[in-house]
Ligand binder design. Structure first.
Ligand code: ZN
Ligand code: ZN
Length: 394
């Protein structure tokens, strides 16, 4: 462990240079051509067996350890950026208008190269197989699943999967994780209300889609307030409501879009069922009709106990017990959940917040940035956790 930490600190400048290079050249999901070319080149130079075009723009790096061993440990790093215009004026700000690494996946790519470097350096001491998964399209467009469909978890089959996410919620020098569901299932609601349009002066001859949609928005808020067990966590948010074009016409249709967040299959089922029941009931009350569609998004991100215990011990070695939060969870969604649904593993948040330097904007904000000093510890934690899992722990 000591060795990984000091070696990762020695790589600091290289890790930061990669992070800044990727930050300056952000690419949207499934368009990570420059990023994946750079990753493939570096992995090849390091001596990895490199497979490109996995799940479109994904890259896999494979290394067999120098000692005999049966286990395969996968480490995942996502690479995609977001359709956001960066508002930071750092010298390494995005050079691509309208596209920005506003979630920190640029840092994940850099951490991944750092991990690749150190694990290859220690190859002779490692049993089993290391598989590096550089993933496209984490931001809601199915990159993890597309790599799984292309076989990233097979040949050799993966025993333990590890990943981290930088966090602007947590200060540098801290980590956060939890056994069990740590991030939420995130499903998308789309509702179209059909009323009967007409003259605003004769509402009696219409079915007002604006009024019906408004009642739906209000009634949906009773699901979490009145149907969900208060000890459970759920979110029903309507984020978009569109209806009507002008002041003197009663709208014929209204469209609503929103999200449903849950941590357990039972809550997920309850929230979906109540959304459908409320939409059906409200439109019937007012003489309208509606279609309510729920698109299944990511599953909950569920950490397995054994690998998470290893990651916890390693993080405590690095940061001290007072700096490792073991109760953290968030209603955000994460598509590494698709890997953790198939293979036991650990996903943790690496603190990268520094209030004094203004690195405290939320993820997906045009002024999001991270404290790069956090990154070497992330490299060390992943390397040490992977080493222990290769040796049969977790
Ligand atoms: Zn994100
Ligand atoms: Zn992210």
């Amino acid at each position: 462990m000591t060795s990984f930490l000091s070696e990762a600190e020695a790589l600091r400048d290289e890790i930061i240079a990669i992070r800044r290079d990727v930050h300056m050249h952000p690419e949207l999901g499934f368009q990570e051509f420059r990023t994946s070319r750079m990753v493939a080149e570096k992995l090849g130079d390091l001596g990895y067996e490199v497979i490109t075009g996995v799940g479109q723009t994904g890259v896999v790096g494979i290394m067999s350890g120098g000692k005999p061993g049966e286990r395969t440990v996968l480490l995942r790093f996502d690479m995609d950026a977001l359709p956001i215009q960066e508002e930071n004026d750092a010298p390494y700000r995005s050079q691509t208008p309208g596209v920005m690494h506003a979630c920190g996946h640029d840092a994940h790519v850099a951490v991944g190269i750092g991990v690749a470097t150190l694990l290859m350096r220690h190859r002779d001491e490692l049993p089993g197989t290391i598989k590096l998964m550089f993933q496209p399209a984490e931001e809601g467009v199915g990159g993890a699943i597309s790599m799984i469909n292309d076989g990233v978890l097979a040949d050799p089959p993966v025993d333990v999967a590890l990943a981290l996410h930088v966090s602007s919620f947590h200060p540098t020098g801290t980590a956060a994780m939890r056994v069990g569901p740590m991030m939420a299932a995130a499903d998308e609601i789309a509702i179209v209300v059909h009323g009967r349009g007409g003259h605003a002066a004769h509402p009696d001859q219409t079915v007002d889609a604006v009024l019906v949609a408004s009642q739906i928005v209000v009634a949906l808020q009773t699901i979490v307030a009145r149907n969900l067990n208060p000890e459970e966590i759920g979110v029903v948010t309507i984020g978009s409501l569109h209806a009507g074009d002008t002041h003197n016409v009663i709208a014929e249709t209204a469209t609503l879009r929103g999200t449903i967040r849950s941590f357990t299959p039972e809550t997920r089922e309850l929230l979906h069922r109540r959304v459908r029941e409320i939409v059906t009931g409200v439109v019937a009350t007012f003489g309208a009709t509606a279609e309510a569609t729920i698109h299944l998004g990511v599953d909950p991100t569920v950490n397995a106990p054994a690998p998470t215990e290893v990651a916890r011990q390693v993080a405590v070695d690095v940061f001290g017990p007072e700096n490792v939060d073991l109760q953290f969870r968030t209603t955000g969604g994460e598509d590494f959940s698709a890997v953790l649904a198939r293979v036991p593993g650990n996903f943790f948040f690496l603190g990268a917040r520094d209030d004094a330097r203004g690195f405290n904007f939320p993820h997906h904000n045009p002024r999001f940035d991270i404290d790069e000093a956090s990154l070497p510890a992330g490299v060390a934690i992943l390397c040490a956790t992977a080493e222990r899992c290769l040796n049969g722990e977790g």
